[in-house]
Write a new protein. Structure first.
Lengths: 483, 201
């Protein structure tokens, strides 16, 4: 990058805008104090909307910019739009919650913005250095957010636990990167792929490096056996933060995993498929079994997200454009469903206090029927019951797996999904057939209603126009394989 | 000859002092050994021809980080012996895990193979006629400017995080308000009352 090129520059413009907006809002908050929290939250939401518009406005042709460190193509573009949508939803959901829980401090929305910036950078990485910097930017923001209610022992514990284990995972990732560099002499994605292609025989050192990198990323998507932090962090963190954790970072991490496995590590697919196979099976089985005994709804959602990552990995393992597009569809549907469920969880307040036990939902169908029906639809969809959207996500993923001959994997996946349906259905049983508990507090913020409504509408009517999403996903996923 | 000698001196002192960091009973001694190990690591960097990194290591790690450590260790009244009591029971498990990992890594490095393209891909050594610092600066501010700026954002997040998690408004502290003091006028705070004599207050 010897001379300044405006066309090249346009690819990083959305990220640049987010960074500048974060700094401007930070200064505004620092000058005016916490009285500005609501204003800054809505400004952050506006920043996400404007960034999305910039992203739609720039050219999505495949290219690498910034000295080959940054990649723009239809896949990164689409994933970044998804990330921005998730960020927007969580920001909108959290504004009222911050005031209700007396933790309204202006740093909260700014940390979400910076975490979002980190995810955008790691998704666009074309170089292991960019990947690492982006990953650290998002992780560091997430650690602080998990401990945001610092006077609460469980929130502090969640933050500390997440930080220690996350730092260990980052260390493993870096160690893996150093081994990969030792083999290939480069950290550029395409050059790594090239150096692997010219080598014949077993690149043992490279493989060990790849395993370490995969361990680091498996921690971020909380695939079993690297999931230990998930239930504790989800339970301890403030609910708005838990919603954020469940929605957005997973998408970014799965996208990074796809880019790595189909790009630089593509030559070793026979080897990484074994690792992903194990991660997928262990995640699906463990989440189905451990989810059965949970009483806290946030812990339950943690196990649910572990299982969902397992199903996404089932599509990812195929290494075909069909499987990749199935993963994109699956993650999109997962994000929208989870947003709705968390919006409902955040409505669970009784006497000005948040409650989070499953028994607190008892008899919800009598006290607030609309909420109960919305929750029931979302949970049916999550357990994969046709004709709701969640069913199609699972269908596409399993189809892709069977198409490539992963029969055992698909059968295990279907069995686990049936077992996991039990804990979703248990919540519905509690809501509709149990003795009514005291009603929840009446007032509901507009943002929650909007998120619930959009999510339920999407889940119900996805069947009418499934091709809109599926075709877009196919188009974006093909960018992964075109080099 | 001299280089080899210097390498073995630096390397052996580095390993020995690193070992002392974790075994010394007195935490102040630990920090002092840490400083010694930083100096020796800097020596190794000089031997590699990376004098800029060596200087940074001395300035940043010895000058700032280690001194900060020393302050914290001296000012906080933490009994490190108590902290360490429970930790001893994990030593065998840690040794087993670390030992297995070490053996595995040794076996990998013994069978290490380079890609045929590795030497071509690997970054060129210091360009001719340019100082180390200049060469590094040219790379950071051109090819790697994106990662450099993003790393700046990481540091910003670290700063915000430290403030969010530790800064507290203390209600019991009375702050001096200079503007309020200057704006204070006699009429606002003084009241002149006429008191008639012989009637008391």
């Amino acid at each position: 990058m010897n001379n300044f090129n405006p066309v090249e520059f346009s690819a990083v413009f959305p990220e640049l805008f987010m960074a500048v907006a974060a700094m401007v809002l930070l200064v505004a908050g620092a000058v005016r104090g916490n009285g500005l929290t609501a204003f800054i939250s809505w400004s952050v939401l506006a920043t996400f909307a404007i960034t999305a518009m910039f992203l739609l406005g720039i050219d999505w042709d495949s290219r690498t910019v910034m000295g080959d460190m940054f990649r723009m193509n239809p896949f990164t573009g689409f994933i970044k739009l998804l990330i921005l949508a998730g960020l927007g939803a969580t920001t909108a959901l959290s504004v009222r919650y911050l005031y209700e829980e007396a933790m309204a401090r202006f740093e909260y929305p700014i940390l979400i913005l910076l975490a979002g910036l980190g995810m955008m950078i790691m998704v666009s990485a074309n170089n292991l250095l960019t990947l690492y910097v982006g990953l650290e930017l998002q992780s560091l923001s997430l650690y602080v957010l998990a401990a945001f209610r610092r006077d609460n022992a469980r929130s502090s514990e969640a933050g500390l636990k997440y930080f220690v284990l996350g730092a260990l995972a980052s260390g493993m990732l870096l160690f893996g990167v150093s081994l990969v560099y030792g083999f290939a002499g480069t950290i550029d994605y395409s050059a790594i792929g090239g150096s692997l292609a010219t080598f014949d025989g077993m690149p043992v050192g490279f493989m060990v490096g790849m395993v370490f990198v995969l361990v680091g990323i498996a921690f971020k998507i909380s695939a079993v056996p690297f999931h230990m932090w998930t239930p504790d962090v989800y339970e301890g963190a403030p609910t708005s933060v838990t919603a954020f954790f469940a929605l957005v970072p997973k998408i970014a991490a799965i996208a990074v995993l796809m880019q790595l496995l189909y790009g630089p590590f593509g030559g070793l697919s026979a080897h990484w498929q074994q690792i992903i196979w194990f991660l997928a099976v262990a995640s699906m089985i463990w989440s189905a079994l451990a989810g059965l005994v949970q009483n806290n709804i946030k812990r339950l959602m943690a196990y649910s997200s572990i299982g969902n990552m397992g199903y996404a990995l089932v599509g990812l393992i195929t290494g075909t454009p069909q499987g990749a597009s199935a993963v994109v569809v699956y993650m999109t549907i997962y994000m929208i469903m989870t947003a709705g469920v968390f919006a409902i969880i955040m409505c669970m307040r009784r006497g000005e206090r948040a409650v989070e036990s499953i028994d607190d939902l008892a008899g919800l169908s009598r006290t607030s029927p609309l909420l109960a029906y919305a929750m029931a639809i979302l949970l049916f969809s999550m357990s994969g019951i046709p004709p709701l959207a969640g069913f199609f996500g699972k269908l596409l993923v399993f189809q892709a797996a069977i198409g490539q001959g992963f029969y055992t994997l698909a059968v295990i996946g279907v069995i686990c999904s049936v077992v996991a349906a039990y804990y979703y259905l248990r919540i519905i049983k509690v809501m509709f057939f149990d003795e009514a508990a005291e009603p929840f507090d009446r007032q509901m913020a507009f943002a929650k209603r909007a998120v619930i409504a959009l999510s339920v509408i999407f889940v119900l009517f996805f069947i009418l126009k499934p091709n809109m999403l599926v075709d877009t996903a196919r188009h974006t996923a093909s960018a992964l394989f075109s080099g | 000859m001299f280089e080899a000698l210097a390498f073995y001196v630096f390397a052996s002192v580095l390993v020995a002092s690193a070992l002392m960091v974790i075994t010394a009973r007195n935490p102040v001694h630990s920090v002092l050994f840490l400083i010694l190990s930083f100096f020796n690591a800097a020596g190794l960097f000089v031997l590699l021809g990376a004098e800029f990194i060596a200087m940074i290591l001395v300035i940043v790690y010895v000058g700032a980080v280690a001194v900060l450590f020393l302050f914290v260790v001296m000012m906080l009244d933490i009994s490190f012996a108590d902290l360490r009591k429970g930790a001893m029971q994990y030593v065998p498990v840690g040794l087993i895990a670390g030992g297995i990992l070490l053996l595995e890594l040794i076996s990998i490095f013994a069978a290490w193979q380079f890609s045929p393209e590795a030497s071509k891909n690997a970054a060129a050594p210091t360009p001719e006629g340019v100082e180390n610092t200049v060469a590094l600066g040219r790379l950071i501010y051109t090819d790697y400017v994106f990662a450099f700026q993003a790393a700046g954002m990481v540091l910003l997040v670290a700063m915000i995080g430290a403030i969010v998690l530790t800064h507290r408004q203390r209600p019991d502290v009375r702050r001096q308000k200079v503007s309020a003091q200057n704006a204070r006028r006699p009429e606002d705070v003084l009241e002149i009352q006429k008191i008639s004599s012989n009637s008391g207050v």
